[in-house]
Every structure is written in structure tokens, then in C-alpha cells.
Design a protein around this ligand. Structure first.
Ligand code: HEC
Ligand code: HEC
Ligand code: HEC
Ligand code: HEC
Ligand code: HEC
Ligand code: HEC
Ligand code: HEC
Length: 375
């Protein structure tokens, strides 16, 4: 949100209750037009036919101060009982359908909105630069309640650095990078997502830009390596894979019953019998029959189904990274929990330059050694 000098002075130095009272009482008359109630509040929450009490829908109580925790949002975006209370008190009117985000956040894999409290600070800057800072995610980290709209749920969230200024984010991934890229406090088992998705990598799923490969045989409609016809989809979002497992429920990365906060099931461990469900996430976009028909990697079926089927399968995860690979083509990144270096200490994948569907591996996997084993 770009603030005028007056707004900064007012928001920083005038107590909130006084500020809101000032705006409401004097608004359009005395203060410059930019800080009238109407202009501070835009988008979905500024629609007075559904929220006639304006600021007071959220800034309630004597002090009107607000902490940026989820409780205030749940009064309308939570369960039906709370919502009808807001309706009976006249804060919410009309017949708008509001999503129940609270129930979704209670699913087993989620953003820790409910679990973490009192860490978010107004005017904090993300990505976090303190190594030991506790991690958090609140509704207001991803949605600016003063300007959020149905068309742009993250409108007015600052985040993108352009030279020395911080400007509002434009793409969903920029929002996610505020906490999943350069943050000094990333958990130990987590990686910098920008490093995985950047378009200078040898391979990556196409989120920041179109993919490294111009043709990928297994892709299902409407997904394409290159968008050529209207309706072709060659750019994904984080939300293509992360979000609610209930596809008719509220959209967004609030919670899922699938591990990894994924929209579809995806088993990362080896030893499962292959099925449409086990690798459902990948098969949403990549034709299962093409993968198992070895149309791209001649050894796919042997690994994925396994030689001692049932129960001998290798997960895609043992060979591929779902985000990108800074080292290899074809999203190859070996899962080092199961793949070790060969006896002479090499862990390598080589794709034969200029020859389609040809390469070699040097490694030990489940006790089986490959030394420049080619295909
Ligand atoms: C949909 C709920 C909602 C409505 C409506 C709303 N606010 Fe807020 N407001 C919040 C929340 C939540 C925060 C805390 C944000 C944070 O912690 O990052 C906040 C913070 C503020 C702040 C201090 C933080 C800042 O932005 O620097 C001011 C001032 C403010 N609101 C004024 C208003 C005024 C004036 C109105 C009416 C024109 C209004 N708000 C309407 C939810 C709302
Ligand atoms: C008084 C009720 C009320 C409160 C409190 C409230 N909202 Fe909303 N919110 C609405 C209404 C009404 C809409 C518009 C829905 C529509 O147009 O279908 C909306 C829309 C949204 C949207 C846009 C997506 C959509 O469904 O249209 C987001 C995101 C959102 N609110 C987040 C928040 C957050 C975050 C908070 C807490 C800081 C909050 N809301 C507090 C009533 C409320
Ligand atoms: C304000 C910070 C913040 C933002 C913005 C944010 N996240 Fe997170 N995210 C977290 C925190 C905190 C966790 C808990 C684990 C951790 O500390 O990384 C988490 C966890 C996750 C997980 C792992 C969940 C699991 O069950 O394994 C995924 C996936 C994820 N986020 C995706 C996203 C996506 C996609 C976006 C952008 C739409 C996003 N995040 C934006 C803070 C954030
Ligand atoms: C939402 C759709 C979608 C999902 C889900 C998806 N992919 Fe992809 N995938 C694509 C698109 C689009 C491309 C084309 C990228 C390009 O042009 O390089 C691609 C390309 C690939 C490539 C080839 C990359 C290269 O440079 O050679 C591999 C390997 C791959 N995906 C594996 C997977 C695996 C494994 C999964 C499951 C974890 C998965 N994909 C899930 C859409 C998807
Ligand atoms: C093609 C599908 C796909 C896309 C697109 C995708 N992810 Fe993921 N993501 C996965 C899968 C599968 C996992 C679980 C396995 C793993 O950890 O690699 C995962 C795991 C994660 C995790 C938890 C593990 C960790 O490293 O912390 C985070 C956080 C995450 N993704 C963030 C993102 C963000 C941010 C984006 C967008 C910039 C994104 N993802 C886009 C498939 C995807
Ligand atoms: C980590 C970031 C993140 C957090 C935390 C978060 N949201 Fe969202 N939310 C999103 C994104 C991204 C979308 C848009 C998904 C889409 O349109 O694909 C979204 C969508 C929504 C929608 C629209 C749902 C629909 O079906 O259209 C509402 C309402 C909403 N969020 C409210 C909330 C509330 C209330 C909270 C806190 C209780 C919250 N969100 C926390 C990222 C977040
Ligand atoms: C044993 C390692 C291994 C496993 C397990 C594996 N792959 Fe692959 N995959 C490869 C290699 C190597 C290539 C590159 C072949 C080439 O282009 O030379 C590849 C290529 C691909 C491609 C890109 C070409 C295309 O259009 O098909 C996709 C997509 C893909 N794999 C998806 C998957 C999925 C989905 C799974 C799990 C169901 C999986 N892979 C399991 C090694 C593996």
C-alpha cells in the first residue's frame, strides 16, 4: 500500500482509535481526500451493501486496536454460527457466500495460522533476516484486509524489491517467496524455492516462466510446454500443486488432507505399489500411460512399478524434484535418503548431449550399484 506522508504520520503517531474516529468524523471534509475512509478501504471489504459498518466490522471494541491475528477474520470467514452472529449484529448483510477458512486450516497439513500466535508484527519486513526469528503465517501476511479483492486475493501486499523500493507483489509466487526463498529462518529441511524455480536452471517446473524444454511428450491438455493456442497452459502457479484437497471447497494454500499441503495425493517413499492414486499429483498433468509406457525414460516402468511388484516401486521423488533442479535436466534430483554415491564416491546423472532419451547414472540405490549405467 502506498501511503502519503500524512497517512504515515497519522498511522504511526496517532492512536488507532483516534485515527479511525478522525477519519470517520471528518473524513472527506477536513482531511486530504487520500485518507478518507473510502480510499483507505477498497475492494471486497469496502462494499457497504454487505459491510455497512465499514472499519467497525473488524476494528471493534473500545480501542479499535487490532493485532493481525485470525480471530477477527473468522467472525465472517469461519463457521456458520459466528457468521450469523455478525449478521444479527448488522456487521454483515445480504446473501454473500463466504468460505469457511477455519475448517480448512484445521486439516492436518496447513499454514500454521492457528498454531502460531503473537509473532506477526505490523510493519514487519519479510523475508526475515534474523536466523533465529520464529516462523509464522497469518491471514494478513497473505491478504491485505483493506484492499483485498476477489480478483486479486493478495492485492496490496508489499514484497517485491525493485532497486531500493519495495513494491506490491504481482505474481502469487512472489508472495510465497516472502517466506520460502531468501528467509534467514528457513527450517532445516526446507529449501530456497527461488533457487529451485529460477529460469536459468537446467530444468524447472514453469512457474517463474515457460519451461526449459520445448516439448514434453507426457503432458495432458490443457498443459503444454509452450503456449501456442488460446487455452494452452504453459505457466503453473504454486497453487497448481499446493492447496485444498477438496476441489469444491475454498481455494488457496490454507490446508489439505494430503501431505505437503498438496491438492492431490503424492507418495514420496519407496516400496509402494504404483497406482493412479499413489502419484495422483503428477498424473494430473502427465499422462500415466505415457510415463509407464516408457515414452520418455525407457526405464520408467521398471523403476516405478518395480521388479518385485507388488510393493517394490520407486517413487518419482527418488529421482525427480517437483520444483526444479539447479544441477540436472529433467528435474533430476536424487533423494539422498535412499540414493548414495557409488563405491568410488560418485553420485551423478548425465544426459547425453544431442541424443534424445539417452543418458547414464552413477550411484547406489537400495543396495544396487550403477556405474555410468546407460539407457
Ligand atoms: C476486513 C477487516 C478490516 C477492515 C474492514 C478495516 N481494517 Fe484496518 N486493519 C485490519 C487488520 C487485521 C489490521 C492489522 C494488520 C496487521 O497486523 O498487519 C488493520 C490495521 C489497521 C491500521 C494500522 C496498521 C497500518 O495499516 O498501518 C489502521 C490505521 C487501520 N487498520 C485503519 C482502518 C480504517 C480507518 C478502516 C475503515 C476505513 C479499516 N481499518 C477497516 C482489518 C480491517
Ligand atoms: C464483517 C465480515 C468480514 C470480516 C470480519 C472479514 N471479511 Fe473478508 N470478506 C467479507 C465479504 C463480504 C467479502 C466479499 C465476498 C464476495 O464478494 O463474495 C470478503 C472477501 C474477502 C476475500 C476475497 C476472497 C473472496 O472470497 O471474495 C479475502 C481474501 C478476505 N475477505 C479475507 C479476509 C481477512 C484476511 C479478514 C480478517 C483480517 C477478513 N476477510 C475479515 C467479509 C468479511
Ligand atoms: C508469512 C510467511 C509465509 C508466506 C507468505 C507463505 N508461507 Fe508457506 N509456510 C509458512 C510457514 C511458517 C510454514 C510452516 C513450515 C515452515 O516454517 O516453513 C509454511 C509451510 C508451507 C508448506 C508446507 C506445509 C506442509 O504441510 O508440509 C507449503 C507447501 C507452503 N508453506 C506453501 C506456500 C505457498 C504456496 C505460499 C504462497 C501462496 C506460501 N507458502 C506463503 C509461511 C509462509
Ligand atoms: C499442474 C501441472 C503439472 C503437475 C501437477 C506436474 N507437472 Fe511436470 N510438467 C508440467 C509442465 C507444464 C511441464 C513442461 C515444462 C517445460 O516445458 O520444460 C512439466 C515438465 C516436467 C518434466 C520435464 C522437465 C524437463 O525440463 O525435462 C518432468 C521430469 C516433470 N514435469 C515431472 C513431474 C513430476 C515428477 C510431477 C509430480 C511430482 C509433476 N511433473 C507434476 C506440468 C505439471
Ligand atoms: C508441480 C507441482 C508443484 C509446484 C508447481 C510447486 N510445488 Fe511445492 N511441493 C510439491 C511437492 C510434490 C512437494 C512435497 C515433496 C517435496 O518436498 O519436494 C512440495 C513441497 C513444498 C514445500 C515443503 C518442503 C520445503 O522445501 O519446505 C514448500 C514450502 C513448497 N513446496 C513451496 C512451494 C512454492 C512456494 C511454490 C511456488 C513458487 C511451489 N511449492 C510450487 C509440488 C509443487
Ligand atoms: C500463506 C498465505 C495465506 C494465508 C496465511 C491465508 N491465505 Fe487465504 N488465500 C491465499 C491465496 C494464495 C488464495 C488464493 C487462491 C486462489 O485463488 O487460487 C487465498 C484465498 C482466500 C479466500 C478466497 C477463497 C475462495 O474460494 O475463493 C479467502 C476468503 C481467504 N483466502 C481468507 C483467508 C483467511 C480468513 C485467512 C486466515 C484465517 C487466510 N486466508 C490465510 C493465501 C493465504
Ligand atoms: C529411477 C529414476 C526415475 C523415477 C523413479 C522416475 N523418473 Fe521420470 N525420468 C527419469 C529420467 C532419467 C528422465 C529423463 C529421460 C531423458 O529424457 O533422457 C525422466 C523423465 C521424466 C519426464 C519428462 C519427459 C516426459 O514427457 O515424460 C517426466 C514427465 C517424468 N519423468 C515423470 C515421472 C513421474 C510422474 C514419475 C513417478 C510416477 C517418474 N518420472 C519416476 C527418471 C525417473
Amino acid at each position: 500500500m502506498i501511503m502519503t506522508f500524512m497517512e504515515v504520520i497519522l498511522t504511526r503517531y496517532v492512536p488507532l482509535s483516534l485515527f479511525i474516529a478522525l477519519i470517520l468524523a471528518l473524513g472527506a471534509f477536513v482531511l486530504p481526500a487520500q485518507i478518507s475512509a473510502e480510499s483507505l478501504l477498497q475492494g471486497a471489504h469496502a462494499v457497504t451493501s454487505s459491510m455497512p459498518k465499514s472499519c467497525r466490522a473488524c476494528h471493534r471494541g473500545m480501542r479499535m486496536a487490532i493485532a493481525g491475528e485470525e480471530k477477527v477474520c473468522f467472525s465472517c470467514h469461519g463457521d456458520a454460527a459466528e457468521r450469523s452472529m455478525m449478521q444479527s449484529r448488522g456487521y454483515l448483510v445480504g446473501s454473500v457466500e463466504l468460505a469457511d477458512i477455519k475448517t480448512v486450516l484445521n486439516k492436518p497439513y496447513n499454514h500454521p495460522v492457528l498454531a502460531v500466535a503473537n509473532v506477526h508484527r505490523q510493519n514487519e519486513t519479510l523475508p526475515e533476516d534474523q536466523l533465529k526469528a520464529p516462523r509464522h503465517a497469518e491471514c494478513v501476511d497473505c491478504h491485505n484486509p483493506h484492499v483485498v479483492s476477489k480478483e486479486n486475493p493478495f492485492a496490496g501486499i508489499p514484497g517485491r524489491r525493485v532497486v531500493n523500493a519495495i513494491v506490491d507483489i504481482e505474481f502469487e509466487y512472489e508472495l510465497c517467496y516472502k517466506c520460502h526463498a531468501d528467509s534467514a529462518n528457513l527450517p532445516g529441511d526446507s529449501t530456497n524455492k527461488h533457487a529451485e524455480f529460477k529460469v536459468t536452471n537446467p530444468s524447472y517446473h514453469p512457474v517463474e516462466g515457460e519451461g526449459a524444454k520445448a516439448y514434453v511428450i507426457s503432458l495432458k491438455d490443457p498443459y503444454k510446454a509452450r503456449a501456442e493456442r488460446p487455452g494452452d497452459v504453459s505457466i503453473l502457479t504454486c497453487g497448481s500443486c499446493h492447496g485444498n484437497d477438496d476441489h469444491n471447497g475454498p481455494k488457496g494454500p490454507h490446508g489439505s488432507n494430503y501431505e505437503g499441503l498438496l491438492t492431490e495425493n503424492y507418495v514420496t517413499a519407496d516400496g509402494y505399489s504404483e497406482s493412479a492414486f499413489v502419484y495422483a499429483l503428477c498424473y494430473k498433468c502427465h499422462e500415466r500411460s505415457s510415463i509407464l509406457g516408457n515414452e520418455s525414460f525407457p526405464e520408467h516402468a521398471r523403476h516405478i512399478i518395480g521388479q518385485t511388484s507388488p510393493g517394490g516401486g520407486t517413487s518419482c521423488y527418488s529421482c525427480h524434484d517437483a520444483h526444479g533442479s539447479s544441477k540436472y535436466t529433467s528435474l533430476i534430483r536424487f533423494n539422498e535418503d535412499v540414493v548414495e554415491p557409488s563405491r568410488d564416491g560418485r553420485l551423478e546423472y548425465k544426459q547425453t548431449v544431442g541424443v534424445a532419451l539417452s543418458g547414464s547414472c552413477t550411484l547406489i540405490c537400495h543396495g544396487v550399484e550403477h556405474v555410468e549405467r546407460s539407457y
